[in-house]
Design a protein around this ligand. Structure first.
Ligand code: FES
Length: 329
């Protein structure tokens, strides 16, 4: 079954803190529906007052309960409501769950594999390491975390990878040396990575500099956390003339949808650009938290990805129709 066909109610079966700020949550789901490939995301309906927000999480495959759906959620200080709600769940609670695809499906056409995870980016890599290992080809994983207390699923990964799991803790000053790592890859090595934007950008530039095959660097991004604190703001939709408030615990996309405006969206993680809206005027800075817009688009400040980016307080007017959804610069 493909990831996009999942549409079920799940019931919380188990909750466990697997690192100092990462909580694993397992869900009982109807039998026979779980066949999600490594890297798949699932989306949860998260209630907020009388509204429903949605939040996406990577599926975790720690090899323990293949009959259950497992995710792991980092506790975010700047939570817009998603992680706070997921951390408040208790066994027996029910949630609607759907699937929203896979930005990093596995490929097996390689001589060997490197899996690179940073922080909460380990979640999709639990399944990726397990899946790649089944190919019989060499697989090694580098997992960067602030400290041992902040690293999740290490023993499960160690069971799969043995000495080919290389833990890099900032607390031990064992930082990743990307040029050194790339000295060890060949033109046929495929690298899968997921982690903080700084790590991913450094890897992408070093990869390009060495002229390694573009298709052999596969990654999933998490939207960045922005440069401003999360503040409420007002938005006027030019097409309808209506002004709505966006509270600090909801996204612009959720606020627009809840008020009856029709806005396209897909990933809800700042990756695909489908939810891009045009900014006509703004009285405060736009906090771009996506990983889709080009540097030129960000500099122009005339659009934003409504699923993650927001205004640093104040008011803005947007166009939600007649917008090119690809990059425009
Ligand atoms: S829905 Fe994909 S960037 Fe917003």
């Amino acid at each position: 079954m493909k990831a996009d066909s999942l549409d079920v109610t799940g019931q919380v079966a188990e909750i466990r803190d697997v690192a100092s700020s990462i909580r694993m949550i397992r869900f009982d789901v109807p039998s026979g529906i779980l066949n999600l490939e490594a890297g798949a995301h699932v989306t949860f309906d998260v209630p907020k007052g009388d509204r429903i927000m949605t939040r996406s999480y990577s599926v975790v495959d720690d090899g323990r309960h293949p009959d259950k759906l497992t995710i792991a959620v980092k506790s975010e200080e700047q939570s817009k409501g998603g992680s706070r709600y997921m951390w408040s769940l208790e066994p027996g609670d029910s949630l609607h769950i759907s699937a929203n695809g896979n930005a990093m499906p596995p490929t097996y056409l390689a001589s060997d594999f490197v899996v690179l995870a940073g922080g909460i980016g380990v979640t999709p890599m639990t399944g990726m390491a397990r899946t790649l290992k089944r190919t019989g080809k060499p697989v090694r994983m580098i997992y960067c975390a602030r400290s041992a207390e902040e690293a999740a699923f290490v023993s499960e990964l160690r069971e799969v990878l043995g000495d080919n799991l290389d833990m890099r803790y900032d607390s031990d000053k064992r930082f990743l040396d990307i040029p050194e790592l790339l000295e060890t890859v060949s033109m046929d090595t495929v690298v899968f990575m997921c982690g903080p934007q700084g790590l991913m950008e450094a890897m992408k530039s070093a990869w390009a500099e060495r002229e390694l095959p573009v298709q052999n660097l596969r990654y999933e991004t998490f939207a960045n956390s922005g440069i401003h604190p999360t503040r409420p703001f007002q938005v006027t939709v030019a097409e309808t003339g209506r002004t709505i408030g966006v509270s600090e615990d909801e996204t612009l996309l959720d606020a627009l949808l809840a008020s009856g405006h029709d806005v396209l969206s897909d990933c809800r993680r700042g990756e695909c650009g489908l939810c891009k809206v045009h900014v006509v005027e703004a009285t405060a800075d736009i906090d771009h938290r996506d990983v889709f817009l080009s540097p030129m688009e960000r500099a122009r400040n005339d659009c934003l990805c409504a699923c993650v980016s927001r205004l640093n307080g104040g008011h803005m007017t947007v166009n939600i129709d007649d917008i090119l959804h690809g990059r425009t610069g």
